[in-house]
Structure formats: C-alpha cells, structure tokens
Design a binder for this molecule. Structure first.
Ligand SMILES: [Zn+2]
Length: 430
C-alpha cells in the first residue's frame, strides 16, 4: 500500500512540471507557432478563419500575438458538421489515420489519431500522479465508456501509470462495492456524487467504508467538488480526494496537486481567460471564460476553443509542491451565468457556496444602477429565524473573499424572493 506521504510528493514528468516560467512560455510559444501553421495548412476552417481575420501563421510568434487569433466557438463547429457530415471538413488528416472517434455533447464528432495518444496519455498520467495515484493502485474507473472519451481515456491513463484499471462505468453499485472489497480497490475515478452514492449504499449493506474498503485516493471531475464534499468523502473513506478540470472536447486542462489549492495548468496546452463580453485576454487574478488550445490535437485541431466555463488563473506564486505551472481556481460555473458588477465578475455559485455553508439556501442577487453610473447590489437571503443569531461577520467576510466585493446582505422571510433566478440584473445599458 502506497503511503499518504508518497502520494503527496514527486512528479510524473519532472522536466515539464518544474520548468521555470520563462522556459514554459517559450515552450508554449514554440508549440503554438507550429500548431497555427499546421491548422492553417491542413484545414479549410482555420485557413479561412485566419484569412478573414487578416492573420498569417507567421505573424504568431509570441503568446501575446496569439491573443489576436480568432476564438473557436463550439456552436460553429457543431453547425459546420451538421451542414457537411460527418466531420464538417475539420479533419486535418486522412480518415484512415484516425484510430478512435468520440461524440461529445453538441453533438460534435471528434477523431483522434494514434500520434496524439502519447501526448494525451502523458497529460492524463501527470494529472493522476499529481492527484496522488501511483503504480500498483487498483482503480475503479466510473466514467461512461459509451461514445465519450472520459471512461476510455482515464482507463488508458491508469494503465500507462502502471496501475490496474477496472473499467466499470456508472451504475451497478452492488457489483462495484463487491469488487472494491474483493480486489482491495485503492483508487476511484469519477464524479464526487457517484462515490458518495457508493458510500451510502455500502453503509446500508453493512460494509464499513473506512475499515473494510481500501479506497485511498480519488480523482474527481465533471462536477464541482466543494470543500465540504471533499471533507465528507475523505472522512467517509479515509481517503485523499483530489480533482481535475477537464472537458470532453479537450482533455485534462488542470490538475490538483497534494496541496489542493487550485489546479495546475497542463503545460502542453495553452489556457487563457478572456473577458466574456469583449473577448480580450485577461491577466492572472481576473475571472472570465476559459479558452484552451491543445497543440497535440492533430486530427481535428482546435485553436482558442471557448469552453463556456468560468474561472480564473490564480496569482502567479509558485506552488509549494514544486510544480511551476500557474493554477486555475476551481470551476465557477458556466460563463453565461456571469455578470460584471462594479468591475468584478460575479457568479451566483460564489454566493451560493458561502451561504450554503451557513445553512442558508434561497437567495437572489439584485443588481441595480440607480444613478446610471455605479452599480448597487443586494444579496437577498431568505431566513426563517432572527438573523442576528447568524455569524454575520463571518458570512460577510467569506462572501467578500469569494466575490471580491463588499457584500450587502438583506434578510427576508421565506417566500419573499420571487422567481428562481439567482441573479437579477435590473441595470439598463443604453
Ligand atoms: Zn501544487
């Protein structure tokens, strides 16, 4: 059995994971220079896109130049494939050179070549290792295998790491628990809610989750992992729960390390945060939409792909684990739920997470601009009892940390908040 201490330290790919920031930038610039040229020369889609924008691949020399390249919206790609099935002319290699096809939500058909497999495998191994998985682990992979990349991808990652995979998919909870006991399964890959469900089921069957099951490490994604849920899973299974940020179209973009304070960005991808309105690239610290370029995607290249997810790159400090890549803050929800208040992006999830901790559920953020110049916002919160019994100072402080704005809470009686919207924007912009 791998010790918890061993799970916390070391690197899968020390050379790239500990590369000084300056070298990292040069490494990524080399990748994008080559990739822009590749996509331009091999797909009509990017050839036209660059031409319309008046940009030639040779103009792209630095990451700053790269910010001028037009963004790729998934909706465009879905439309192109619909009009010109099956791949919409997005394929940059002959059909015969593809070795696997997935259908991601959209729907979007995506082909991957065997040549990309090494890079994909490397990024998966980095993610799993960083989360604490090690050679010798026996791992339940509970993501779907039905036409989407997650199940198969993670299974390959586990195997490449030298661990044993059990490709389970979701469901079959009785069998999963039985196998966990029989094989002394040490690792779990899936959603936090599914492991929570397995825990409840096991307890119901009289299985002691801490003593009789050997789950010691978990890699979670596809759902948020708030700290309360992380702690709950860690306590239930006596395990180390870590998360990665990945999406079906792109792979693993960010990975938590042992310290679990943000997700290290994958070094071989270029991740940016843009202002959802102006589409300008934002500096570290600012929240916006996550934009990703994956230069090792050869079959269907994506350049500056808009994920629709909201997050931010955290401050520039180097992490205590020794990995040098910047970290992405936890997933903040979909970008279309974001609004900008007093110059800061505000997402209802940020408010919800804090209020939930204090047992407060129903809320509504109301934003107005009474003088047409400055924003005023009130967080209405329904509360049955006397609000003075609540730790108001703590709530205000936690909210201020989460939204980077001074909160203004107004307690109302249950039933007083109308509608389901968590944010109501009453400002008028002429
Ligand atoms: Zn770290």
């Amino acid at each position: 059995m791998v010790s918890r201490e061993e799970r916390m330290k070391g690197f899968y790919d020390e050379k790239h994971e500990t590369m000084p920031r300056k070298e990292q930038k040069e490494f990524q610039e080399k990748l994008i220079r080559e990739f822009c040229e590749y996509a331009y020369n091999n797909t009509k889609y990017y050839h036209d896109k660059f031409d319309v924008a008046g940009i030639k691949p040779i103009d792209i020399k630095t990451l700053e130049d790269f910010h001028n390249v037009p963004l790729t919206q998934k909706s465009e790609l879905v439309e192109i494939q619909k009009n010109n099935p099956p791949f919409g002319g997005l394929l940059a290699i002959p059909l015969n050179d593809i070795n696997v096809v997935f259908r991601s939500p959209g729907p979007l058909l995506e082909g991957f070549s065997i040549k990309a497999a090494t890079s994909i495998g490397n990024s998966l191994c980095k993610a799993l290792y960083s989360n604490g998985f090690r050679k010798g682990d026996i791992v339940n992979v509970t993501f779907s295998f039905a036409g989407v990349p997650a199940g198969l991808g993670f299974t390959q990652g586990v195997n490449l790491l030298g661990a044993i995979s059990i490709p389970m998919g979701t469901g079959k909870t009785d069998i999963q628990i039985e196998l966990m006991k029989q094989l002394n399964v040490t690792g779990f890959i899936g959603t936090p809610s599914f492991l929570g469900k397995l825990g409840k089921k096991a307890t119901k069957k009289g299985v002691k989750t801490r003593e009789e099951l050997s789950i010691d490490v978990g890699c979670f994604t596809a759902e948020p992992l708030p700290e309360s849920l992380r702690k709950n899973l860690e306590d239930t299974f006596d395990m180390m729960a870590r998360q990665v940020y990945g999406i079906a179209d792109l792979g693993i973009i960010g990975r938590e390390c042992g310290l679990a304070q943000g997700m290290h960005l994958e070094e071989s991808m270029v991740t940016e945060i843009v202002d959802p309105n102006t589409k300008e690239t934002l500096p570290p610290g600012e929240r916006g939409e996550v934009i990703v370029t994956v230069p090792y995607r050869r079959a269907i290249p994506f350049i500056r792909f808009c994920t629709g997810d909201a997050s931010r790159v955290m401050d520039e400090a180097i992490c205590g684990c020794g990995r040098t890549s910047p970290k992405l803050e936890r997933w903040l929800g979909r970008v279309n739920q974001i609004i900008k208040v007093k110059g800061q992006f505000l997402h209802p999830k940020q408010v919800k997470n804090v209020l939930k901790k204090h047992g407060l559920k129903k809320f509504q953020v109301v934003v107005t601009r009474p003088d047409n110049i400055s924003d005023v916002f009130v967080i209405k919160v329904e509360y049955e009892g006397d609000p003075s019994s609540l730790p108001i100072d703590d709530i205000n402080k936690e909210l201020a940390d989460a939204i980077i704005l001074k909160p203004n809470i107004e307690f109302v009686k249950p039933g007083e908040i109308k509608g389901k919207e968590e944010i109501v924007d009453l400002r008028k912009f002429d």
